[in-house]
Design a protein around this ligand. Structure first.
Ligand code: 26Q
Length: 754
């Protein structure tokens, strides 16, 4: 049956027709027709199957992505336009699944797309959070958090009817498995994302995101990473993690048996991947289940070590998980003896206390357990892996040199170019054909068009169209006005001190003061921010308050507003990113060198023809190497300098503040009467005090250089053809950052799926 008939049938089932249906009903019918088509398709098969364990899968809206991979977008557009609507209008009815915080979760989603598109056998394993990550509310000038319910009566979730019993300390709890289909790009493959859920989930809280964390049986899957600032929150996190990995491990053994293999053969037929430490308990859980099936502990541990791979995503100490043994005894008593045995086994390999699984205060170090009992460990960009091997995990790298490798992150070009930027995708295809859609490295063919003024102008025109589109979207969705002829300078990512949105705020103040003095720029600049702050992260929330106060001050100042705008896009998520990234001129990637493991928005901006303004951190290093220094705007101290400064412990922000009158003026403005009239005094004072007394992520160290290089970048924008050529080189070189390339490397070096 063709898709049009399928759709008509579903609509008839719903008691309507394409002509009579609302956009919401058409969305619902498209969802059902697509899902039904996919359920009839088969997963990739092979000798070995991957299970990618992750606490987050930030998949974004799924209708367009699924239709694209099924090769149905053109047909659906044709059907819809005959009835006076379009995919863009219809997909606005789709709630975005809210199953991740940021980069790590979005990476997992890009990986699932690439695994299926390469025809590899691999499923995701995660949790079905009902209210997801919070929805951000900025209406009061500070961040408020609201539940984000995304599961509607008709959704992408398929109730498989399969369930597993998870043995918690308080007794067993049933984990019910829901699946989301993951189609490959035009290859007939459909893999799966398995999301485990409790049977009787708690209703959403009426207001805010406070809920009964003690009511584990019902609230386990309510929210993604409940606030872990209190004990109940931390315990619930352990419950979530064990629930996910115990159910996932049982699924693996059940499927292994179905495929006709013995538990002893696990490593030959299964690869387990641990996405950061959140799923680490899968190691002791698999060992426990294997020993239950009669395998001796040492053998089980060896099998599990040959099965598992682990990716580290951060070197920030606060994100390295450790759990007191007492928590584990309460939550998952079944794996406690296993963890003790694993600790002893690791101690037979080394006497180095720094790499112990259980330290002398009885705390379990999840990352240490991962490194001892995985056969492969990787960082997510060349610099990050180098820092892991040379400093953060040095004792491990000396003990197990063969385990360590780098796997530079990637993004799926299906969503991040073909899906979100059809104008650029069309232009690229008209120039080099469509081979790049399967093999992003072919984007390099664009380099032949360097010096072709007509093509360069066409690139600039596409950017102009995308800026108009973004302006229309911001007006309609967020009630924000922007000028498409201004330079769009965009920083979108989680709010964190190390990402240094506060340094970008200092630039805004500096520019504001310049314009007040009559130093107006060549062309107006629109600074765009989008970011959620963790609910318990005070300084991050304070920085949002500062940016909101600045936004209002600038907008209401008739001398400044024709030249500068600062807009803060509320509730930044994947859908917002898909509108923002294609329209960016400047991509802000300004983390303190050594702190951003990789970054992935840097890759998305590059592929969409924005120029990077950044530090030599994470994957920015590789971007700069690929495009050459003349096609990227670099500033700031090197990672070596920064690591030295931390080692010596002699960074003093107040020296900068006192010795540099320009900086003093900008900093003092944070607590000026003008801003205090608009923003919460407590928030602004905390930001100010942190700058001068602590500045742990050294914004003041790089602030001067940042302002200077940003000014040079904005001035360069005026030579339109030269700028267009730089964007051409960036797009042409971005193919390296395809997640297809990343997944090929994981498969070649770690998973060996086929
Ligand atoms: C840990 C303990 C307690 C509560 C929460 C957490 C927690 C939650 C989320 C720790 C880490 C995360 C997410 C980390 C993350 O998104 N890391 C990013 O991963 C990207 C993909 O590799 C990289 O590109 C980014 O550089 C990295 O910051």
């Amino acid at each position: 049956m063709d898709f049009e008939n399928r759709l008509a049938r579903v609509l008839a089932d719903m008691g309507t027709t394409l002509d009579d249906a609302t956009n919401a009903q058409v969305f619902c019918a498209l969802l059902r027709a697509t899902r039904d088509l996919e359920t009839a398709m088969r997963p990739a098969a092979g000798e070995r199957k991957l299970y990618y364990f992750s606490a987050e899968f930030l998949v974004g809206r799924l209708l367009r992505a699924n239709l694209m991979n099924l090769g149905l977008v053109d047909e659906v557009e044709r059907i819809l336009s005959a009835h006076g609507t379009s995919l863009a209008e219809v997909e606005d009815s789709e709630p975005e699944p809210s199953l991740g915080n940021g980069g790590l979760g979005r990476l997992a989603a890009c990986f699932l797309d690439s695994i299926a598109s390469l025809g590899l056998p691999g499923d995701g394993v995660g949790l079905n959070y009902h209210y997801g990550l919070f929805r951000q509310d900025l209406s009061r000038g500070v961040q408020g958090e609201e539940p984000n319910p995304w599961i509607e009566p008709e959704s992408w979730l398929i109730d498989t009817g399969t369930s597993f019993s998870v043995p918690f300390g308080f007794g067993p709890l049933t984990a019910r498995m829901y699946d989301i289909e993951v189609p490959g790009y035009e290859n007939g493959v459909v893999n799966r994302l398995h999301l485990f859920d409790v049977e009787d989930p708690a209703p959403a809280p009426e207001h805010g995101i406070a809920f009964d964390k003690g009511d584990v049986r019902h609230s386990l899957t309510s929210f993604l990473y409940p606030d872990d600032s209190d004990e109940a929150g931390r315990l619930l996190r352990v419950y979530q993690q064990y629930f996910m990995v115990s159910a996932g491990a049982q699924l693996i053994l059940a499927e292994l048996e179905e495929r006709g293999f013995a538990p002893e053969e696990l490593a030959e037929h299964v690869a387990v991947h641990i996405n950061d430490t959140h799923p680490s308990m899968v190691i002791p859980e698999l060992v426990r289940l294997l020993t239950e099936r009669g395998i001796a502990f040492e053998d089980a541990a060896a099998i599990v070590e040959r099965t598992c791979g682990y990716t580290n995503h951060t070197i920030l100490a606060e994100a390295l998980e450790t759990w007191p043994m007492g928590y584990l005894e309460q939550v998952a008593p079944g794996i406690v003896p296993v963890i003790r045995q694993l600790d002893e086994l690791a101690r037979t390999r080394t006497g180095d206390e720094r790499v112990a699984v259980i330290d002398d205060s009885g705390v379990v170090h999840m990352a240490n357990m991962d490194v001892h009992f995985s056969h492969a460990v990787n960082g997510v960009a060349a610099l990050h892996t180098q820092i892991l091997v040379e400093s953060e995990m040095r004792p491990f790298a000396e003990l197990y040199p063969e385990k360590f490798s780098n796997k530079t992150n990637g993004i799926t070009f299906r969503r991040w170019l073909m899906g979100c930027n059809p104008a650029l995708a069309g232009l690229v295809t008209s120039a080099i054909g469509d081979g790049w859609k399967r093999d992003a490295a072919q984007l390099e063919d664009l380099l032949a068009l360097r010096g072709d003024a007509v093509f360069t102008q066409a690139l600039l025109d596409v950017k102009g169209q995308n800026k108009e589109r973004l302006a229309a979207w911001l007006r309609a969705e967020k009630n924000i006005q922007v000028d498409p002829h201004s330079i769009f300078d965009i920083q979108v990512k989680r709010m964190h001190q190390y990402k240094r949105q506060q340094m970008n705020a200092l630039y805004a103040i500096w520019k504001y003061l310049q314009i007040k003095r009559g130093n107006v720029p060549n062309r107006p600049v629109t600074m765009v921010f989008g970011a959620k702050a963790a609910p318990a992260y005070t300084l991050a929330k304070d920085t949002i308050a500062l940016l909101l106060a600045l936004s209002g001050l600038i907008a209401d100042d008739p001398e400044v507003s024709p030249w500068l705008r600062l807009v803060f896009v509320e509730n930044y998520n994947v859908t917002a990113a898909e509108h923002l990234i294609p329209a960016a001129d400047v991509s802000e990637q300004i983390s303190l060198a050594s702190k951003e493991a990789s970054g992935t928005s840097n890759m998305k901006f590059m592929a969409n023809g924005a120029l990077t303004l950044g530090t030599l951190d994470g994957a920015n290093v590789e971007i700069a190497e690929l495009v050459g220094r003349e096609n990227v705007y670099l500033f700031g101290r090197s990672s070596e300098d920064v690591i030295d400064l931390y080692d010596r412990g002699d960074y003093r922000p107040w020296d900068f503040w006192q010795s540099d009158p320009g900086l003093t003026e900008v900093l003092d403005f944070v607590c000026s009467p003008e801003l205090l009239a608009r923003g919460d005094a407590g928030c602004l004072t905390r930001v100010y005090r942190d700058f001068v007394a602590k500045d742990y992520f050294m914004a003041l160290l790089d602030a001067r250089d940042y302002v200077a290089v940003k000014e040079r970048c904005l001035a360069d924008y005026e030579d339109r053809l030269a700028w267009g050529e730089k964007t051409l080189v960036n797009i042409a070189k971005s193919g390296f950052f395809s997640s297809d390339r990343t997944i090929r490397e994981y498969n070649r070096d770690i998973w060996h799926l086929s």
